[in-house]
Ligand binder design. Structure first.
Ligand code: CTP
Length: 141
C-alpha cells in the first residue's frame, strides 16, 4: 500500500447556462436556481446586445452591462460572461470547464450534439411568464 494520502476532495461539478435575462423575472430566477442545484458552481452566459438583436429581432430593454450586473448579483451565480454567439456553446463549455449544460425546454433537442462534451439538461419553463409578455403587457397599459 502506498503512503500517499488519498485525495478525498470532491470533484466540483460546474453547470453552465445561457440566456438574455432581459427585464429579469421569476422564470429567469427559477431556471437559474434549478441550474445551480444541479452542481457546485454555476456559470451564466448572458447574451450580448448584438446577439439578442439577431436572435429576437429587438434591442433588449436593459443593456448587456446591466443584465450581467443583475445576474452576477444572484446568490447562486458564481460567474457571468458575455455570450457573443449561439454557435460558440462548445467553446464556452470547454473554456469554463462545464460538466452540465442547462437550457430551458424551449430549446429541447437543439444542443444534443454537445452531449459528447458535457451532460445536457433541458428544464421545463415556468408557465405564463416571459420578457416578451411583460413588454407587451406594459405597452398595453
Ligand atoms: N425561462 C424559463 N421560464 C420562463 C422564461 C424563461 O425557464 N417562463 C428560461 C429560458 O428557457 C432560458 C432562460 O430562462 O433558459 C433565459 O430566457 P430568455 O430568453 O432570456 O427569457 P424569456 O422570458 O423567454 O425571453 P423572451 O420573451 O424575450 O423570449
Amino acid at each position: 500500500m502506498s503512503d500517499q494520502p488519498i485525495d478525498r476532495a470532491p470533484t466540483r461539478r460546474t453547470v453552465i447556462t445561457f440566456g438574455t435575462f432581459d427585464v429579469f423575472h421569476v422564470g429567469h430566477l427559477r431556471v437559474i436556481e434549478r441550474a445551480a442545484a444541479l452542481g457546485d458552481r454555476l456559470v451564466v452566459g448572458v447574451s450580448a446586445d448584438e446577439l439578442n438583436l439577431r436572435k429576437k429581432g429587438r434591442e433588449p430593454v436593459f443593456s448587456q452591462g446591466e443584465r450581467l450586473e443583475i445576474v452576477a448579483a444572484l446568490r447562486c451565480v458564481d460567474q457571468v460572461f458575455v455570450e457573443e454567439s449561439l454557435e460558440l456553446k462548445r467553446d464556452y463549455i470547454v473554456q469554463h470547464g462545464a460538466d452540465v449544460l442547462v437550457m430551458g425546454d424551449d430549446w429541447t433537442g437543439r444542443f444534443d450534439e454537445l452531449k459528447d462534451a458535457c451532460e445536457v439538461v433541458y428544464l421545463p419553463r415556468t408557465p405564463a411568464i416571459s420578457t416578451t409578455a411583460i413588454i407587451e403587457h406594459i405597452a398595453d397599459l
